[in-house]
Design a protein around this ligand. Structure first.
Ligand code: AN7
Length: 350
């Protein structure tokens, strides 16, 4: 596997023979069946582990396209606003392409792992005293007045074209599209791209059907649920702490065209799902990633999930991105001396 541009999916990607393939071998991520969630819901539940991408989130699928095209266009500076994962991915692919990158992030609101990535990949870090939405407004204004390559998914069809590939991989792995596809929603780019991917693969590829798209926002940051922007979005799932989604219309269209839904889940539900999939499926995904799992469980409790449904849940980012989230609640441990007998007793082995 040599990444998306050099894969069989190339024919659906906005690249030409003149486009340099800036790649970290993104894509081709695991699709793992969850025996635990399948048992809980009476369905056939699969986890699409997007944290297995090179920089640890689904963002790499779009960034390989956006940065390859920026390199082809002779861009010198790649710019993005981000809650963290887009900036990590933009910084990585810019470094790969030998381009400079500048990332605009809400000061003090980006998970440790993501900040560590952007720093080390060599991006210029601009910490804005405001929300992600302020960062995105500034990034768009910068791009309107200066010769920079804005690689946010807003008006950047290139990113979303790359992100469609997740649907191609799922259909190729399962043999057809699932009944329901669950995923977290922040700016709305990924639900839009995932839906377009399934639609494309049903029109031009091997899929004979399309799924319903079920998107989930954090209750404290759910403008697509309430119908109005949220001035002060609040959630511990920092990746989806977005008050005014950049791809609002696309997300609503994905919901309506697929006969799906966009609903809210509380931080408590998100963190319970975050713990559950690590404990029972061995998959460590960052908190925002678990919103799709929390949503599936919530919809099941409401009696909205037909028994026997085939469900795919996108786990959008790796748990290593936000180590604080794992240790913030503290953890149980036993402190012992260095005597083996003592440890054996502590483990009830003696
Ligand atoms: C782990 C994780 N899960 C879900 C989402 C929501 O996807 P969209 O609905 O397409 O926004 C994000 C988004 C992150 C950024 O928007 C950014 O990095 O600036 C994410 O990092």
């Amino acid at each position: 596997w040599h990444g998306l541009i050099d894969s069989a999916y190339r024919r659906w990607l906005p690249v030409t023979d003149d486009t340099p393939a800036v790649s970290l071998h993104e894509g081709n991520t695991p699709l793992l069946r969850s025996a635990h969630l399948s048992g809980l819901t009476g369905c056939d539940v699969w986890l699409k582990v997007e944290g297995a991408n090179p920089t640890g989130s689904f963002k790499d699928r779009g960034m390989t396209i956006a940065v390859s095209r920026a390199a082809q266009a002779g861009a010198e500076l790649v710019v993005c606003a981000s809650t963290g994962n887009t900036s990590a991915s933009a910084a990585a692919y810019a470094a790969r392409a030998g381009l400079a990158a500048a990332v605009l992030i809400p000061r003090g609101a980006v998970a440790l792992g993501k900040l560590g990535q952007a720093v080390r990949y060599g991006a210029r870090i601009v910490e804005i005293d405001g929300t992600f939405d302020d960062c995105l407004r500034v990034a768009r204004e910068l791009a309107a007045h200066h010769p920079v390559a804005l690689v946010n998914s807003v008006r950047n069809e290139l990113r979303l074209a790359g992100q469609r590939t997740v649907a191609y991989e799922i259909v190729d792995a399962l043999g057809d599209a699932p009944d329901i596809h669950c995923l977290p929603v922040g700016n709305g780019g990924n639900i839009t791209a995932t839906w377009h991917g399934y639609r494309t693969y049903a029109a031009e590829g091997p899929a004979t059907r399309v799924p319903r798209l079920w998107g989930f926002q954090a209750a404290g940051a759910a403008p697509l649920v309430t119908g109005a922007p949220v001035a002060e979005p609040a959630t511990a799932a920092s990746a989806i702490r977005v008050g005014n989604p950049a791809t609002w219309d696309g997300a609503v269209a994905a919901r309506d065209e697929s006969g799906g839904l966009i609903a809210a889940v509380t931080d408590e539900q998100i963190f319970a799902a975050y713990r559950m999939i690590a404990r029972h499926d061995g998959v460590f995904a960052e908190p925002a990633s678990a919103a799709g799992v929390a949503g599936l469980l919530d919809q099941h409790e409401r009696g909205n999930v037909p028994a026997g449904s085939r469900v795919v849940v996108t786990l959008s980012g790796d748990g290593l991105k936000d180590p604080d989230a794992s240790l913030r609640d503290g953890y149980d441990s036993t402190r012992t001396g260095a005597a083996t007998g003592e440890v054996a007793r502590a483990l009830n082995l003696a």
